[in-house]
Design a protein around this ligand. Sequence first.
Ligand code: GTP
Length: 450
Amino acid sequence: MSKPPEPRDSISHRYFRRVFRWFIGFAVLLTMVLVAETLWQGRDKLQTELTVYQRSFERSIAAALWALDWDKLNSIAVGMVEIPAIRGVRILDPGGSSEILRIGALPDPGAEIRGYGLTHRFDLIHEEGFVRERIGVIELHSSFDQVFERSQRQISLILLLGLLKTLVLWWIFLTVGRRLIAKPLTEMVEVLADAEPLRPMRLSDATRKAIDGTELGALQVAYDRLIERVQTAQKALEDVNCSLEERVRERTLELERANDKLEQLAHTDPLTGLPNRRQFIAAAQTLIALSRRSGRPLVLIVCDIDAFKRVNDVHGHTVGDQAICYVADCLRRAVREIDVVARFGGDEFVLLLPDVSAAEALAAAERVRQLVSGSWISCPNGERLRVTLSLGIAEWATGDVRLEDLFLRADERLYRAKAAGRNCTIADDTNAPSTGDPKAVRSAGQPAGH
Ligand SMILES: Nc1nc2c(ncn2[C@@H]2O[C@H](COP(=O)(O)OP(=O)(O)OP(=O)(O)O)[C@@H](O)[C@H]2O)c(=O)[nH]1
């Protein structure tokens, strides 16, 4: 199980850090606007309050000024300055240039900030009947502290709510972002890190639900489809592999069969199915070696179809082949299982008989000769063809070294059998052909096939 790569940062953190940088900037700006608006409203309220005080005091001040009652004027002004909204009172002459009375904190004449609602100035009017006369100008001064004092609660509330709003929003964004983005992504990474190769992404139900219909959901579906395609391609590859393996197996079998056939052909005579010269020599070497080791007898019989050239000439090669097969069949039937029978070439056959005495070998040779001559071959023209064999026998002797030594003696006896008139067997160096079958001696002077 491989450990998933550790991310350097959380995507939700990074994403929301960036979002909040902008969000906080905007929230601060908005809060500043709200604070400014609140201060502006505070200034308006102060203005209204000063107007209310103007209405309350203007008559008594105007009366005291008309009567030039300085004590009363002074006590009214002192009383006014005790009101929290009024920091200072100044009474000017009707032209508004010379100061008549000054109580409380007042800005220097040049430093007055008019238009900000901190100084409320109005005329003092004396009315008598229908006569209205301006007898002076009065200024009520306030300060920004008053505005702040009046707006303090509201501003604190705005700042507190702004902070709370930002924190709550930050928390909501992080929680939702973690649930919808960071957690599914982490699970995807872990699932992929632990997944078996070529298996679809197995996510929990909660995560599947959370990413359903989103880019992450699409990513998971795309991954699963990719795996499906890879699986299909892999299956196709396996099929191709299987069929290739099957074809290779078939080809190997065919080759093995062909090799067996070749092997068989290399050792078998194709016409008769008997072992050929090559296989006979190999078998003979083994039997000779066994015989030499055990000291048990081993006999070679060489046979040749008599006047076979004439068979070919008179009856054609097909009948000649038929005759060869007939003789091969007789040989097969006449010998034991352990004996080796082979077609040595042309119309010449050989038999190798282990563990037989000279007499038994001669009997076997005679059995073969009689079997061959005892029946006939049906020719296509309806004629009956009888073939005979001449045979030479030689027994492995103590002075023999090679197979050729045995062959020399057997061949020489075969020639003598031919010379003795054919259809007979010669088993020794006397000139007498085998007389086991009187017919053999009788037919010796006549050519085969007649
Ligand atoms: N039909 C056929 N003829 C073959 C085959 N192999 C060799 N021959 C013929 O067999 C004949 C062998 O003749 P020889 O053994 O020399 O002489 P022969 O006529 O048998 O006379 P003797 O051996 O003296 O009795 C030749 O004419 C070859 O052409 C074969 O596979 N089929």
